[in-house]
Design a protein around this ligand. Structure first.
Ligand code: ADP
Length: 363
C-alpha cells in the first residue's frame, strides 16, 4: 500500500524483503532479496538510496545507524526504531518520561516470569520484547492455565488492564516538525487471533479523552522527533483512564481506512513526511469501518478467494487483497473498508461483505 501511494510520485523504488515472492515485488523497479534483520544487508541495500524508510520495525538498527553515518536520510531514524522495536525499551521510555502506561517489569526468560507469577498472583500480560507482531508474542497470563501460556524469552510483564475500548491515533511528522494528527479510531479485537478485527471512525468517547489521546500522540511524535508516521495505541480503561499501550513507527493497521475515509491516506502522508513534502489534510470524509480479511480456520495452502465478487458488489465497500500466495488460519490476507453515513451503517455493510468472502486453501 505504501508502494501504491509511491507510484503517484516521481520516485525510483528499491525494496528489501527476505521473500523472493513478496507481493510487493512487481510494484518496484529494484527488488533485493535479503534479511532486513542483518546489519550488512541493510547497509549494502540502502547505501545507494537517498531516503530509506521502513514498514516493519524489526529492521537492523546497526544497519540503519551505518546508513545514517554514510549520509543517507533514514526516516524514522535509527534511534526511534531502536526505541520502538524493543517493547522493553519502549515501555521504559514511556515510564521514564511520565507518559501514562500500565505498570510493568522486565524479565529475562520464562523461568523468571514463572517465579514472578508465583510471587505476584493476579492477571498479567506477557509480551516478548522483540519480534512479536500482530498479537503473536502477547499472552494473557490469568486463571488456572496461566503457566502453560508463559513464553520463554526476554519479556515485558505488565498489569492486565480492564479495557473499555482500545483506540489509536496516527500522526505524521515531517523533517521540519510540521505535524498532522488523524482523528482517533476505535479498535475491536478478535479474541482468538489476538489481532485487530475491525476498526471504526469516528469514535464516540468523551471529547476530553479524545483530545488527550491526540495531545499525547502529538507530544510523543515531537519528543521522539520522528519523521514519518507514528501510530499510538491506547487503552481507555473501565475507570475512565487513558493509558498508552504501544507505539509503532510506521504505517499501521489502524490507519488502513484512511485510503478511502480520509483526505490523505496514511501511506501518502508517510511518504510526504519522509520526502520533505508538505503534509496533507487528515480529516474524515465519511464514517468508516475497516475489517481485516484473515484466512479461514482449518485452511492452509495456496489461496482462493471464494465470494470475492459478492463482497465487491456491496456499495461503498472497498476490498484490498494483499496478494499473499498462501493462506493460513487467521493470517492477515487483506482488509476491506466500508464507508457510511454512520459507523453502525458502515459496520453492517462491512460485516455483510466479510461474511460473503471466504479466504480458503485450494487443497
Ligand atoms: P501487538 O504488538 O501484537 O499489537 P499489543 O501489545 O498491542 O501487541 O497487544 C495485543 C492485544 O492484547 C492488545 O490490543 C490488547 O487487546 C491485549 N493487551 C495487550 N496488553 C494488555 C494489557 N496490559 N491488558 C489487557 N490487554 C492487553
Amino acid at each position: 500500500m505504501l508502494l501504491q501511494a509511491a507510484t503517484h510520485l516521481p520516485l525510483e523504488l528499491h525494496i528489501l524483503d527476505p521473500d523472493p515472492n513478496a507481493p510487493c515485488r512487481p510494484f518496484c523497479q529494484h527488488f533485493t532479496v535479503g534479511d532486513f534483520r542483518d546489519a550488512d544487508t541493510v547497509f549494502a541495500f540502502g547505501k545507494a538510496c537517498d531516503v530509506v524508510t521502513i514498514e516493519i520495525e524489526h529492521v537492523s538498527v546497526e544497519g540503519l545507524v551505518a546508513l545514517e553515518a554514510a549520509g543517507v536520510i533514514v526516516a524514522p531514524s535509527a534511534s526511534v526504531v531502536a526505541c520502538i522495536q524493543d517493547k522493553g525499551v519502549q515501555k521504559a521510555f514511556l515510564q521514564d518520561n511520565n507518559y501514562p502506561t500500565a505498570p510493568f517489569v522486565l524479565l529475562p526468560d520464562g523461568r523468571a516470569v514463572q517465579q514472578y507469577l508465583a510471587q505476584h498472583p493476579g492477571a498479567w500480560v506477557q509480551k516478548l520484547r522483540k519480534g512479536g507482531f500482530d498479537g503473536r508474542g502477547v499472552a494473557v497470563l490469568a486463571g488456572p492455565d496461566a503457566e502453560l501460556k508463559i513464553m520463554d524469552a526476554p519479556s515485558v510483564v505488565e498489569d492486565a488492564v480492564d479495557i473499555e475500548l482500545e483506540i489509536s491515533v496516527v500522526v505524521a511528522r515531517s523533517q521540519t516538525g510540521d505535524l498532522r494528527a488523524y482523528p482517533p479510531v476505535g479498535m475491536g479485537f478478535h479474541p482468538e487471533a489476538n489481532l485487530v478485527d475491525y476498526l471504526f471512525a469516528p469514535v464516540e468517547l468523551p471529547a476530553p479523552i479524545l483530545a488527550q489521546a491526540e495531545a499525547l500522540a502529538t507530544q510523543l511524535a515531537h519528543h521522539l522527533q520522528i519523521v514519518g508516521v507514528l501510530a499510538v495505541e491506547f487503552f481507555y480503561t473501565k475507570n475512565g483512564q487513558l493509558l498508552i499501550n504501544e507505539m509503532a513507527c510506521r504505517v499501521h493497521n489502524s490507519g488502513h481506512h484512511s485510503i478511502e475515509a480520509n483526505y490523505t491516506s496514511q501511506f501518502e502522508q508517510h511518504l510526504r513526511a519522509v520526502l520533505g513534502l508538505p503534509l496533507g489534510p487528515t480529516g474524515l470524509r465519511s464514517a468508516a469501518v475497516m475489517m481485516n480479511l484473515v484466512g479461514a480456520s482449518g485452511h492452509s495452502g495456496p489461496v482462493v478467494y471464494s465470494g470475492l465478487a459478492q463482497a465487491m458488489a456491496f456499495e461503498k465497500v472497498f476490498v484490498h487483497l494483499y496478494g499473499k500466495a498462501e493462506t493460513r488460519p487467521f493470517r492477515k490476507m487483506g482488509h476491506l473498508t466500508a464507508l457510511g453515513d454512520t459507523v453502525s451503517q458502515a459496520e453492517a455493510n462491512a460485516r455483510a461483505a466479510v461474511a460473503t468472502l471466504h479466504i480458503i486453501a485450494s487443497q
